[in-house]
Design a protein. Sequence first.
Length: 123
Amino acid sequence: MTVTNPTLPQEKPSHPGLIRIVRQGSPELFSSKLVAERDFDKGSVIVKLEGLTPGPKLYSSVQISEHEHIELNSDLLFMNHSCNPSTQMDVDHLAIVALREIKTGDELTFFYPSTEWDMGIRI
């Protein structure tokens, strides 16, 4: 069953050859993930953040300054949280960067509080 999200073109990958969504189980379980479609060296840019739109703070937005959130409008919405993430969201350069060596098929994750100021204050 395909996850429906009105902000994404259905079944058209946003970054073909770089990342892809793996859908697991039912959409109600929120069990999808994002994986690498090729190897990435530590420190390399996995994808540039493009097609961004300003918006309110939502589950699908990323905070890029004290009072500004953006919508990713891409497959990056499926990147899960990890306390030991494989990537970093570089909001200064609008890019997703590998924090370690990433192999084809590895899940791409990031530390959600790293881009949410009110969450980061508690760390």
